[in-house]
Design a protein around this ligand. Structure first.
Ligand SMILES: Nc1nc2c(ncn2[C@@H]2O[C@H](COP(=O)(O)OP(=O)(O)OP(=O)(O)O)[C@@H](O)[C@H]2O)c(=O)[nH]1
Ligand SMILES: [Mg+2]
Length: 433
């Protein structure tokens, strides 16, 4: 079936793009435009007509991509039309009148791209990340993974294992074929190297989570020190209630901001004190959970005598506007005022340096999904099992473990193909001799 759908966002806009994919894509373009020649990959100025009653619907651009050089790998056409709701609906209706054309299901274009080997699973997932990217770093990582950095890493693991399997299988099937000694000696070394590469990949999990889900910062302190005032100032809007009454905030309130290109989630929390009120107590419990859950804690004070520097926390003295200038000259702690904005830029710089430090040297292949981590862990299990098996005397058992690992890698990229082992054997050994 040939499918079609609006590919730009729903709603009113200057332009809208309707994408058509399948063997009738060009026919549909010709039918609606009443134009008979389209050159592949070239835009043409077209008028769009309803195929039944001949109504002129819109004037725009049409382009045809002959397979396989298209997003889906099938024949694809695009109609660039005006982005009004009625225009879009009329064009979609007109397409629906053509035989064997139907509205695409969610994700169906991408699914076809996957089936036609245009993209592997990691690229598809990264494309989703790219569309949802809010910050520069998310964007950069998603673009790199969409362009195949992760797929390349996984395929390199797979290739190493397939090579080992190929050598060993050749040994079983063709007894007169000598397996070179050095190859066997190297097998365990190669597996060890692979295990450490995969462990390195798994260890980058935290960075992946931070880039995707955000660097979490809890703003804590005693009641009334100005935590909610600070979060409102950072967010540039009133997200939390500010009051001179101590114990105002009970629920943890979160805002996500872009700091140096990274998503940073600030959490305003209930002020910590010995509370008697049950609701406030619950709020304070949540504060402790948030502290445990964050990458960085900012502890606010409004009384310099109470300041203490706890490890892993950034201590900040607020309400500096109330303090006499001479009093605070030799204080090491960062001083701010949410009233006058004093010290706020410096605070943001400090936060930024913490975020950047945690994410320095990030590789383009950090695991951005839990399934990459779970899959990698399964691969390690199989490789560790293999290490306890003698590859020469128990070749089949050994190879079986490697196969499980290879399949698991195949699952990561969406490619599971056992025939490939044979291909490698045929390529590396002259079997027919
Ligand atoms: N003068 C001055 N007052 C401030 C400053 N920051 C906050 N305040 C005041 O301090 C009081 C408490 O502020 P909040 O932001 O509600 O404090 P909080 O830490 O969130 O308090 P709880 O939610 O009760 O824990 C309010 O009356 C604010 O206007 C500041 O920098 N200077
Ligand atoms: Mg508050």
């Amino acid at each position: 079936m040939t499918i079609y759908a609006l590919s730009t966002a729903n709603g009113v806009s200057g332009l809208a793009v309707i994408r058509i994919s399948g063997h009738l894509a060009l026919t549909a373009l010709k039918t609606l435009s009443r134009k008979s020649n389209f050159e592949t990959h070239k835009m043409s100025h077209i008028k769009i007509y309803d195929p039944d009653d001949g109504m002129h619907i819109d004037t725009g651009l049409g382009v045809y991509f002959a397979k396989p050089k298209s997003f889906t790998g099938e024949d694809v056409a695009e109609l660039h039309i005006h982005g009004g709701i009625s225009t879009i609906n009329l064009v979609l209706n007109a397409l629906g009148k053509i035989d064997q054309l139907r509205l695409a299901e969610p994700g169906e274009f991408t699914k076809r791209a996957f089936i036609n080997d245009k993209m592997d699973l990691t690229a598809i997932e990264a494309m989703g990340d790219l569309i949802n990217a809010h910050t520069e770093v998310q964007h950069k990582l998603a673009l790199s993974q969409m362009s195949g950095s992760l797929n390349k890493l996984y395929l390199s693991w797979r290739k190493k294992l397939i090579e080992i399997i190929a050598y060993l299988e050749a040994g079983i099937d063709f007894a007169d074929e000598d397996i070179p000694d050095d190859v066997l000696k190297n097998i365990m070394k190669k597996i060890d190297e692979l295990i450490s590469d995969i462990n390195l990949h798994i260890s980058e999990k935290n960075q992946g989570e931070i880039i995707k889900d955000g660097f979490r910062i809890a703003i804590i302190g005693e009641p009334n020190v100005g935590k909610s005032s600070l979060i409102n100032l950072l967010a540039k809007r009133d997200v939390a209630i500010v009051s001179e009454e101590a114990g105002t905030t009970r629920d943890a309130i979160e805002v996500t901001l872009n700091i140096s290109g990274y998503p940073v989630i600030f959490t305003d929390t209930a002020g910590i004190r010995k509370a008697t009120n049950t609701i406030e107590k619950k709020g304070i419990d949540i504060t402790h959970e948030k502290i445990a859950d964050s990458h960085l804690v900012i502890e606010l004070f409004d009384d310099k005598r109470k300041i203490n520097q706890k490890k892993g926390r950034v201590s900040v003295l607020n309400k500096i506007d109330l303090i006499n200038e001479n009093e605070n000259t030799n204080l090491e702690t960062l001083k701010i005022s949410t009233k006058t904005n004093q010290g706020i830029d410096e605070l943001i710089n400090i936060i930024s340096s913490h975020v950047v430090k945690d994410l320095s040297n990030i590789s383009e292949t950090i695991p951005t999904r839990t399934r990459y981590i779970l899959g990698s862990q399964k691969i390690i299990v199989s490789l560790s099992n293999a290490k306890n098996i003698d590859p020469i005397n128990q070749t089949e058992l050994f190879v079986e473990e490697l196969r499980l690992a290879v399949n698991e890698i195949g699952r990561l990229t969406g490619l599971v193909d056992v025939e490939e082992y044979l291909e490698v054997i045929f390529k590396d050994f002259c079997i027919g001799k």
